[in-house]
Structures are given as C-alpha cells and as structure tokens.
Design a binder for this molecule. Sequence first.
Ligand code: SAM
Length: 304
Amino acid sequence: MFSYRHAFHAGNHADVLKHLVLIATLRHLMLKPPTLTLVDTHAGAGLYRLDSEFADKGGEAEHGVVRLFAALRPAQGKGGASTPLIDDYLDLVAGFNPGGSLRVYPGSPFVMQRLMRDASRDRLKLFELHPTDGKTLSSNMAQLEAGRSVVVLRQDGFEGLKPLLPPPADAQGSRRALVLIDPSYELKSDYGKVSTCILDALKRFATGTYVVWYPVIPRTEAHDLPRKLRAAAQRAGRGWLHATLAVGHPPLEPNERPGLTASGVFIINPPHTLAAGLKEALPLLVDVLGRGRGQGHAVETGDG
Ligand code: SAM
C-alpha cells in the first residue's frame, strides 16, 4: 500500500483519456444552472511538474500529453487538425502553462476546480489517503484561496463518498453530482471496491454522473470490472458509456515489459453528446499516441 505515486504517471495516455472525458462531461453538466457537487474519491497530489525527478523517471508524459501538444500545437500555434474534445483538453492544460512550454500538468482536482462556477454554486470534495500526496494536495489547493467550496479530506474515498450522496438540494430543490472514481488499483481489492461503491452510490443517488477509470491489463478483475459496471447501470435503469484507448507498444526485447498500454473509462449517466465527441477524438489520439502492436480504441453505449 502507498507505493503508488501519480507523479510518475501524470500526463500519460491514461490521464489524457481520463481528463479529456472529465472535461467534456463537466462542460456539459455546467450548461445547466443548478448547483453541482463534484467528488474526486482518489484525488492524487493535484498538480504535477513535468520536469520533476518523478516525471523524468518514466517519461510517461512524453508519450502522452507532451506528444499530443507537439503534434497538434506546434509551438502552441494550433497547427495540426484536432477535434473539439481534444482542443478543449489542450486549452485547459495550456492554461496552466502560460510560458508556452509544458512544465505543469493539472491532475483531476485542478481540472475540476478550473471548470467550477462561482463558489456559491458548485462545491468540490477531494479525498486522498497517501500522507505525502494528501499534504501536497492540501497545500496546492490552499493556493487557490477557493474558501469553503473546495474541501480536501485525507480519508478513504470509497467510504467518504457514502455520506455525500445524495448531494444537498439547492434553493430550487435540484440535486446534481459528478463523482470521479480513479483508484491506483495497486491493490487487487480496489476492483471489487469500485463495483461495490458504484452499486451503493446508485442506490443512494441514481441520477448522479459517475466516471470510473480502470487499467486494461491481463488480470481477471480488470477484465470483469466494465462488465460489472454495465450490469450495475442496467439494473438501475441508467444509461452508460464505455470508452477505451489502447496505445499499444513497439517491438519488445526478450523479458521487456511494455508498461500500461491501454485504459478505459466507464461513465454512468453520461452526457448525450459524449459518445459522438469521443468517436471523433479517439481515432486521432490513437494516430498521435499509438506506439505499435495492440493499439486501438472503442466506444460503446447503452440506454437506461
Ligand atoms: N485522480 C487523480 C488524477 O486524475 O489526477 C489521480 C489519482 S491516482 C490514480 C490514485 C490516488 O488514490 C493515489 O494518489 C493514491 O494515493 C490514492 N488512494 C489510494 N487509495 C485511496 C483511498 N482508499 N482513498 C483515497 N485515496 C486513495
């Protein structure tokens, strides 16, 4: 436990997929005026330096956000052909890098905070259990001086979500929430916890929007997770969307391991516009980020 540090992976292809989906989903929810409660059950440290010793070790951002910028925005001049979802994602990341070169990568807490409306309307709850990353997250968020609209809780996000659902009603009686569930899956038990958490959350608040990220790896639990989430959504009569991005890998030396080559997001109660946006964006992400064997993408949806 606690050997996972997101700083090694920030800005990789999995973050590109997850954050692009998160931004598109939030943009849609923000079109409607009522209050939105945002929850990040596994928040990480919030902001990452792409030139830190962590980032240097794996160079994962080089094959993710850095490569995407280089291909689609030579010198940030918006050069290559893009799609609206990719553009929106790159714009948001560029907003954290006013000097032009990519030095800082915003994790999900900063992505969400950037898209929140005024403090009297939306609120953000962030859970992070790692002692060091929890502290870093608190100090990173404190710099925003967001007041009581952003709360950092150094607690278990699976348990901490329960009392937050259903979210409080606003003055018009409207209840809305978006929950991101993005564990490290460092422990095999995380897969089961995600399914249980979703089943419980749908009982408490069936109309919430739930975004789950997971790694596509040869492990039974990882393979079963989207199937279980689909069954949970169908039982609750809710719509769902499942998208995967596989960047594949170049030829390997004997005994060489390719690292994480694919990941997926499963969304319950997704915006109706998301599938079309992803069907446009994912082929281009594969073109730019694809590394060889096994690369590909998929989007499937189901009605409630
Ligand atoms: N959501 C972040 C982002 O997109 O920028 C990345 C999160 S990272 C994949 C997962 C984080 O969950 C790690 O920082 C880890 O320390 C933390 N974590 C692990 N178990 C947890 C738990 N039960 N509750 C809250 N945080 C946990």
